[in-house]
Design a protein around this ligand. Structure first.
Ligand SMILES: *[C@@H]1O[C@H](CO)[C@@H](O)[C@H](O)[C@H]1NC(C)=O
Ligand SMILES: *[C@@H]1O[C@H](CO)[C@@H](O)[C@H](O)[C@H]1NC(C)=O
Ligand SMILES: *[C@@H]1O[C@H](CO)[C@@H](O)[C@H](O)[C@H]1NC(C)=O
Ligand SMILES: *[C@@H]1O[C@H](CO)[C@@H](O)[C@H](O)[C@H]1NC(C)=O
Ligand SMILES: *[C@@H]1O[C@H](CO)[C@@H](O)[C@H](O)[C@H]1NC(C)=O
Length: 490
């Protein structure tokens, strides 16, 4: 009898487990602009361990798409803006793209691609009119190509847009409408998405509201703040996310799309590179957001929460810093998949770190104790290091912002050394640097050790090491420069 109860108890536990496993509809953006990406298989395990059942990619990265095959994770596959013109030019180009980057992965690897996201924030005001003519035709051509490939039902098309495609003239969400210069285009595009059973994808960034305006009421950027509510008729708004989202809903209602499905393509908070980008704020924002999703809480105008893709999964050390140094620090996880801060994913379930990441040796390149701070070569050496490696954790209000000048130089030297896979000749800097086995990390400032990609393990050959070394060095540098200039998505 007791044994029987025990079995029922076990069954009950299993059912309960199935019920509470993961917040349903939680997605995340997997950006791949890294000098040393975590191997795709490890990333897919990371996604599953943390209950992310949807992922958004910014480009058809072969490694990511293969690793996502038969993972149970749904994929929204992005197309960078540079492709828009050619995709708009002919259906044939789109057919070729779909065959190589969609059909191929679905049939060969069983990758569950459910959306193709054509372009990324193409109507951003800062792009001026660059993608205005090509986005909609490209969207139509990609859809035509998907239908021709027999994927019309399985794979939907959409365009992730920045929140600046809509505005309000009254300063209140109820005054929402599409931006006047693209209003006609937006209405045609939304109609097309609606007719094809797709969704509108919008990126909303309360952090950027705060970053752009020093007078922005800080508490209004968060969900649990005590800011003065903004009263809009019978509704009181206590956070900018709700107000922004409902501005869009008003715009949709005003133009006859009251029930248009909306997906949040990107939302999150960075942890470094700016005074308001830190662990405390990121945790506050993301936990506030997750709590609402867990509770099933929407906004005043839409009671059910939209599907959300957090931005982002892992820090990207090769991402463009045009918008600001914070760009490389949006990850919930550090560059190597380690945890930055605790998050409750529901029912007390916390984050799980990446498993099986291999690192280079525990050694760092630092400023030599003999080197003089007044050495006229120091500034150039630091600048050189920071041109090729990521120094965005240095500067006012950052995690390494309080280092003294000597540690500052060490930080730069080390980032360069690690980025170049700890090559011995990457810690030279006119004799200003030396290698140490003592971790120079201090306070919030982490002196990283890079992921081992297995590229540094060429057989050491004494006689030819210099020549081979410098060749590889220039190749690596060229690659790096390529990566750094291959900037695009925001
Ligand atoms: C892909 O994901 C969607 C949403 O989770 C699901 O409905 C569908 O059955 C999946 N398709 C495949 C082939 O696994
Ligand atoms: C996608 O397909 C095109 C062929 O149309 C190819 O040139 C491109 O490299 C593929 N990969 C990506 C990332 O778009
Ligand atoms: C700076 O470094 C160069 C070698 O790259 C060296 O020739 C020069 O003497 C150095 N300058 C000083 C002031 O140490
Ligand atoms: C540290 O380096 C950063 C970036 O090069 C620079 O902005 C800052 O002034 C430096 N701080 C010190 C104390 O040298
Ligand atoms: C570095 O120091 C060594 C001796 O300590 C010297 O032989 C070499 O020329 C120096 N190199 C540079 C670039 O100053």
């Amino acid at each position: 009898m007791g044994f029987c109860y025990f079995l029922w108890f076990l069954l009950f536990c299993m059912l309960l487990e199935g019920q509470i496993k993961g917040v349903s509809g939680l997605g995340v953006n997997w950006g791949t602009r890294l000098t040393h990406p975590v191997p795709p298989k490890i990333v897919v395990r990371l996604l599953k361990d943390n209950g992310f059942n949807k992922v958004k990619l910014f480009e058809a990265d072969p490694g990511a798409l293969q690793a996502l095959g038969r993972s149970g994770i749904e994929v929204m596959l992005g197309i960078p803006n540079e492709f828009l013109a050619s995709l708009a030019s002919s259906v044939r180009v789109a057919e070729d793209w779909v065959a190589k980057n969609v059909s191929n992965y679905i049939s060969k690897y069983g990758t569950n691609i459910s959306y193709v996201a054509v372009g990324n924030e193409p109507f951003l005001k800062t792009y001026k009119d660059k993608f205005l003519q090509t986005t909609f035709p490209a969207l139509k051509n990609v859809q035509a190509a998907l239908i021709k490939a027999g994927l019309g039902r399985q794979v939907k098309v959409t365009v992730p847009l920045n929140a600046d495609v809509y505005q309000t003239d009254t300063d209140l969400p109820s005054g929402g409408d599409f931006r006047s210069d693209i209003r006609t285009l937006m209405i045609s595009m939304v109609k097309f998405l609606s007719d094809s059973g797709s969704a509108l994808v919008i990126n909303i960034y309360p952090f950027l509201s705060l970053y752009a305006d020093p007078h922005f009421p800080k508490d209004y950027a968060f969900f649990n703040g005590n800011s003065t509510p903004i009263v809009d008729g019978s509704i009181s708004y206590t956070n900018v996310f709700d107000a922004n989202y409902d501005t869009l809903i008003s715009a949709l209602e005003k133009n006859g799309f009251a029930s248009m499905p909306v997906i949040i393509g990107e939302v999150g908070w960075p942890t470094d590179g700016d005074i308001n980008a830190n662990i405390e704020y990121a945790k506050r924002f993301n936990q506030g957001l997750l709590d609402r999703i867990i509770k099933g809480q929407g906004t005043p105008k839409r009671r059910t929460p939209p599907d959300i893709y957090l931005f982002g999964l892992i820090d990207e050390d090769a991402k463009s810093v045009d918008p600001g140094n914070f760009e490389r620090h949006w990850g919930i996880f550090y560059y190597d998949g380690t945890i930055k801060y605790a998050l409750d994913l529901g029912n007390g379930r916390g984050l799980v770190a990446a498993k099986g990441v291999k690192y280079l040796a525990r050694e760092w390149c630092v400023m030599s104790p003999q080197a003089n701070l007044l050495d006229p070569n120091l500034t150039n050496s630091v600048n050189y290091a920071c041109t090729y490696a990521d120094c965005t954790s240095l500067g006012y209000g950052t995690s390494c912002g309080t280092l003294d000048a000597r540690s500052n130089a060490s930080y730069a030297f080390n980032m360069y050394y690690q980025t170049l896979d700890q090559r011995k000749d990457a810690c030279k800097f006119n004799n200003l640097s030396t290698i140490t086995k003592l971790d120079p990390s201090q306070g919030t400032c982490r002196f990283e050790i890079m992921i081992d990609l297995g590229t540094h393990q060429l057989p050491p050959s004494r006689s030819s090491s210099l020549a081979v070394g410098s060749n590889r060095n220039s190749l690596l540098l060229a690659l790096l420069i390529g990566l750094i200039t291959l900037i695009t998505y925001v």
